[in-house]
Design a protein around this ligand. Structure first.
Ligand code: UD1
Length: 417
């Protein structure tokens, strides 16, 4: 199984570009199911999760064709409305096909998802939303079986802010009769990107990026072209790679306004950051302070950068309290960081990190989920000696050639088979 071998102690410096956002690309690809014809996406990252999505679209009867960062999806008459367990188990976001399939075809069968082991991650809010729009939902042999004559717009109040739930219900509602109002909707940049694409296709969505989204149903949609937004989590991970090694790096083709909460935390910690419209620079630094952190829905600090920021805090001056409010069981990187020599006490949702500069020693570690893998690679950059991060396939689900990007900045990192 592939592993990443990192030799710590090198300062990272230079310029690197961000790739397109995985979490924006996935719902966009599922949105194609809403209109026959050729959809074109630019800045599409090369990732396992994108491959899995294309595999699923192909099983439905679509054709996907990649040329560099350009991905074309040709949607023809679908030959299946069933998302099999074999594909869905690889990627939890496959559930995002449910909304477009019910919205357009009035039926769908989608296996219950697998994905990262970071908590139970239910889909009850997706299903409640579909039911409110008029779909009949049943569970049969591990599958969600959904049917609807015609969806009807209504007001849906999400009890918890859910990114995937907001996206799924939005995609179901675009072809419904009448007006749908989503309350307590997620405000992530990926929601805004999806709404923009749906509007290019002819949908009538307003309010995306705020907690109230209004969708006026239309009778049909057409394919369109779209440039996928830069990956804010990858950008943040690269900035932290610069920070943890004390180096100065610039991430180009990025959107710093999407990671304002991280930039503020880095500044509070003592780093100097320059944010332009589409690039962000962190200056060299020889010491930084511990800061406390609580994850929460956008625009607050993203759970997807919590593990990476924790790696940085192991090298800070002082004690940092990190609180995870989005997912239970998202501290699985803690035990691995401790194996590298970090001084961390975890409770269920709170971890106390006592920073000691130069405290980490290389060791074999096990990646448990996507962002935990990135955290361990970052820790490896400053650990003495060699850190071998096993089960690196998690990393390939969400980071495009991370090792090449880090190497170009001066890291010693290699993939081994
Ligand atoms: C998305 C992101 C993921 C990120 C997460 C939170 C994608 C493909 N993935 O995941 O990287 O970590 O947002 O920013 O975009 N919940 C329910 N019932 C539901 C749905 C969610 O209780 O039906 C709960 C979850 O268990 C979790 C919280 O709501 O505690 C937020 O989850 P959600 O925003 O839905 O995350 P995802 O869309 O799965």
């Amino acid at each position: 199984m592939d592993a990443m071998v990192v030799r710590g102690g090198r300062q990272l410096n230079g310029q690197v570009s961000a790739s397109g956002a995985k979490n924006a690309a996935l719902p966009l690809l599922f949105a194609t199911l809403l209109a026959e014809g050729e959809h074109v996406f630019y800045n599409t990252p090369r990732l396992k999760d994108i491959e899995s999505t294309c595999e699923l679209l192909n099983l439905f009867g679509c054709e996907t064709q990649r040329d560099g960062q350009v991905l074309r999806v040709k949607v023809k008459k679908l030959k299946s409305l069933e998302a099999h367990y074999e594909v869905v188990r690889k990627m939890r976001a496959s559930i995002l096909c449910l909304g477009p399939l019910i919205g357009k075809f009035g039926q769908a069968q989608v296996s219950l998802p697998g994905g990262c082991a970071i908590g139970t991650r239910p889909i009850d809010l997706h299903l409640e939303g579909m039911k409110s729009l008029g779909a009949e939902i049943q569970m049969e042999n591990g599958y969600v079986v959904a049917k609807a004559e015609k969806l009807r717009g209504t007001t849906i109040l999400f009890e918890t802010t859910t990114v995937g739930g907001t996206e799924n219900v939005m995609m179901a509602a675009v072809l419904a009769d009448g007006i749908t109002r989503l309350e307590n909707a997620a405000k992530e940049p990926e929601i805004v990107d999806l709404a923009q694409y749906l509007n290019k296709m002819g949908a009538k969505i307003s309010g995306a990026g705020t907690s109230i989204i209004t969708i006026e149903g239309v009778s049909s949609l057409k394919p369109a072209e779209h440039e996928i937004i830069p990956d804010r989590i990858e950008t943040g991970t690269l900035l932290i790679a610069g920070a943890i090694t004390g180096g100065g790096i610039t991430v180009t083709k990025s959107r710093p306004s999407h990671i304002q909460s991280l930039i503020e935390k880095l500044r509070e910690s003592g780093f100097t950051i320059h944010a332009e419209r589409d690039s962000v620079t962190i200056e060299k630094s020889s010491a930084w302070q511990a800061v406390d952190l609580t994850t929460a829905p956008h625009p607050a600090f993203p759970t997807d950068l919590q593990a990476q920021f924790m790696a940085l805090m192991t090298q800070a001056e002082g004690t940092s309290v990190i609180t995870e409010t989005i997912f239970e069981n998202r501290f699985m990187h803690v035990q691995e960081l401790v194996r590298l020599g970090a001084d961390i006490t975890p409770k269920t949702r709170v971890a106390v990190v006592r920073g000691h500069r130069g405290s980490l020693q290389g060791a074999p570690v096990m990646a448990t989920d996507l962002r935990a893998s990135a955290c361990l690679v970052l820790a490896g950059l400053v650990a003495n000696g060699e850190t071998r991060v096993n089960r690196i396939y998690h990393l390939d689900r969400g980071y495009e050639q991370l090792e090449l990007k880090l190497e170009s900045l001066g890291a010693s990192i290699q993939r081994t088979h």
